[in-house]
Design a protein around this ligand. Structure first.
Ligand SMILES: Cc1cc2nc3c(=O)[nH]c(=O)nc-3n(C[C@H](O)[C@H](O)[C@H](O)COP(=O)(O)OP(=O)(O)OC[C@H]3O[C@@H](n4cnc5c(N)ncnc54)[C@H](O)[C@@H]3O)c2cc1C
Length: 322
């Protein structure tokens, strides 16, 4: 198996390390800044890395698919992270390679693909064709960090014949501008920062307050099932086994006990902050900054400190907070 990961300016997308780990460390990094991306990957994973530098075109899925597909001719099982670019590239690659695509997998082997369906409430098990592609949902598999791991790196030369899609074939849209996502509306599973509401909050009016505090630090709002069951927050914002699986780098929990049904949907945040009156609950044990305090008063303080930014005015203090 081999993972295919789109790299933009040396930055790996969400789930890149998990896709690589699912393929035993074999990964093809394609895009701009692939050398830097390989170094970033080496901080957590040992493996066999192939670099395909496609800097000239930016990310253009049809061009990328045409350039990558010839390198996958001898690779029967290809896994892409189900990141935005991975989801964009996978169907084009599958069409060029004439193979089926299993989208939204949580586990992939050459003989079995487990797929999350109906918002993660159903597990579908597929027996794939001898050659196939799959996209792997970020935040589900996890990766056991392997600090100081070393890669073997091979630089692939772009094949001239594959530099552009075939005439009359699919074309790429013209990118006018790339706008940052709005934390208030971004799909939670893709949010890099999350502020989350638990039963320790004292009323539904805390939700707009938490959302505004989140907006000030470029974070999206999520919640526990207790909070969604109360109707304070739509179910789509529930994190956990019967909600959304997330994988933020920063997670701030306000009045959340840390039940396993909640934390199993959390991925592996680089930074976890918990505000709770109970210093010994699981969420406080998991946190690298545990604040023993009233979550409601803490929110009041944060609101005074950060102000209430208008909608769309996101992330003014982002860099300082992370
Ligand atoms: C089949 C099944 C599926 C489930 N799926 C999910 C799921 O997907 N997601 C999910 O979240 N849950 C899920 N649950 C529910 C889960 O078991 C927990 O009940 C839930 O996560 C608890 O939410 P909570 O932490 O908000 O509430 P609680 O467990 O009640 O915790 C509240 C916390 O707030 C603290 N607190 C109280 N007052 C304050 C205050 N003033 N300031 C600060 N802290 C305070 C308390 O010390 C406590 O730690 C599921 C349960 C089952 C049985």
């Amino acid at each position: 198996m081999i993972a295919v990961v789109v790299v933009r300016d040396g930055v790996l997308p969400q789930g890149a390390d998990e896709a690589a780990a699912e393929c035993g460390g074999r990964v093809l990094l394609a895009g701009s800044g692939t050398v830097m991306a390989a170094e970033a990957l080496a901080t957590s994973l040992a493996g066999q890395v192939y670099l395909l530098e496609l800097a000239a075109t930016g990310f253009q899925p049809a061009h990328f698919a045409a350039a990558i597909a010839p390198h996958l001719a001898g690779e029967p099982h290809v896994v892409l992270p189900a990141s935005a670019d991975g989801r964009d590239l996978a169907p084009r690659l599958a069409a060029l390679l004439r193979r089926p695509l299993h989208a939204g997998a949580i586990a992939v082997t050459p003989s079995r693909v487990d797929l999350a369906r109906n918002g993660g409430t159903e597990l579908h098990r597929a027996t794939p064709a001898p050659e196939f592609l799959a996209t792997l949902l970020p935040g589900v598999r996890g990766v056991t960090p392997c600090p100081g791991a070393e890669h073997t790196v091979e630089v692939l030369a772009p094949l001239p014949a594959a530099a552009a899609p075939a005439a009359g074939g699919p074309t790429d849209p013209t990118v006018v501008a790339v706008l940052p996502p709005d934390p208030a509306t971004i799909d939670l599973s893709e949010a890099p920062r999350i502020v989350a509401a638990g039963a320790g909050l004292d009323g539904p009016e805390r939700i707009p307050q938490l959302t505004a505090v989140g907006r000030a630090i470029g974070a999206s709002m999520g919640a526990t099932r207790v909070v969604t069951d109360r109707g304070w927050v739509p179910h789509a914002r529930q994190i956990g086994t019967t909600g959304v699986v997330v994988d933020p780098s920063l997670y701030l929990a306000f009045g959340i006990s840390g039940a396993v049904q909640h934390t199993s949907g959390l991925g592996t945040p680089a930074h976890t902050i918990s505000v709770n009156t109970d210093a010994h609950c699981p969420m406080m044990q998991m946190a690298d900054l545990a604040v023993v305090a009233d979550a409601n008063e803490t929110l009041d303080h944060l609101e005074r400190l950060l102000g209430r930014p208008a909608e769309g005015d996101a992330g003014t203090m982002q860099e300082g907070v992370a």
